[in-house]
Design a protein around this ligand. Structure first.
Ligand SMILES: Nc1ncnc2c1ncn2[C@@H]1O[C@H](COP(=O)(O)OP(=O)(O)OP(=O)(O)O)[C@@H](O)[C@H]1O
Length: 260
């Protein structure tokens, strides 16, 4: 199945003590698509992302990235294989500027070699220029130039989330995983973020897995979605069809009284 797919999750089960957070969940994210993970609070979305990124590997099931099994690998190995992630609660480096935070996204490409840098300073400079060039492209793409020298602690939440997105893009990911990138944003900030994600996806040919609660954002962004409830799939398919599924409506707003 992996030929056209960047990510395949096959029959994933993850328990935390007596809590079954994911039960027999399968999905496949096609190359170049935006795939949404949807579901009410506690339905297992973050657990699935944590399984994919290696933070909490599944006890049962198999996860492959471009056909190579990744479950069982440490998070830094999975990151080095091309999976970049943003977090539900912004996870930036405090006390550092926007630019320095974004530059951190390049660290997986940096192979410090003090001897080479000492004897061939031009080589180290050339490497830094290449990293800077890539960072500048991302800064332009996400329109972050006016904020580049600001400290991340003093900029608005919407901008912080954009900086986190920029840092993830700088890792040139095969798979970009976004955990609620619109959380806490107002309508205008959400609309901007949707635009930036679509622009980045088009410009960089990204494959994106996104956890999202706002249904207007899901339909604007996602090609297909997996809907979870109580750790199990209740719908999967094209975004509009899946979220209109009666089981999904029921999971979000409950059964109408006359149907009880
Ligand atoms: N580290 C953990 N230890 C114990 N239980 C956990 C852990 N992580 C998740 N769970 C449990 O697994 C279930 C699924 O949680 P998860 O955070 O994956 O849901 P979610 O769909 O991402 O929810 P939300 O939309 O609120 O972020 C919940 O019952 C949660 O309490």
């Amino acid at each position: 199945m992996s030929g056209d797919h960047t990510l395949v999750c096959d029959d994933i089960t993850r328990r935390f003590g007596g809590v079954v957070a994911l039960k027999n969940v399968s999905m496949a994210v096609r190359r170049g698509e935006i795939f949404g993970l949807v579901g009410p609070n506690g339905s297992g979305k973050t657990t699935l992302v944590n399984a994919i990124t290696g933070f909490y590997p599944p006890q049962i099931g198999r996860i492959t990235l471009d056909g190579r099994q990744i479950n069982g690998l440490k998070p830094f190995r999975i990151a080095a294989m091309g999976v970049a992630r943003t977090f539900q609660n912004v996870a930036l480096f405090h006390g550092m500027s926007v630019l320095d935070n974004i530059l951190m996204g390049r660290h997986i490409f940096m192979k410090p070699n003090p001897l080479a840098s000492f004897f061939y300073p031009w080589w180290a400079r050339k490497e830094e220029v290449a990293h800077r060039r890539h960072v500048e492209e991302v800064i332009d793409l996400l329109q972050l130039a006016p904020a580049r020298d600001e400290h991340v602690d003093v900029i608005p939440l919407g901008l912080q989330k954009r900086v986190e997105l920029a840092r993830a893009l700088c890792a040139e990911p095969k798979l970009l995983v976004l955990d609620e990138p619109m959380a806490g944003m107002n309508q205008e900030e959400k609309e901007y973020m949707v635009r930036f994600i679509l622009d980045a996806q088009e410009a960089l040919g990204l494959t994106v897995l996104i956890i999202e609660h706002h249904m207007d954002v899901v339909t604007a962004l996602c090609d297909r979605v997996l809907v979870l409830n109580n750790g199990q799939e209740i719908a999967q398919g094209p975004a509009r069809e899946a979220i209109a599924d009666p089981r999904v409506v029921e999971a979000y707003i409950g059964k109408p009284r006359y149907a009880a």
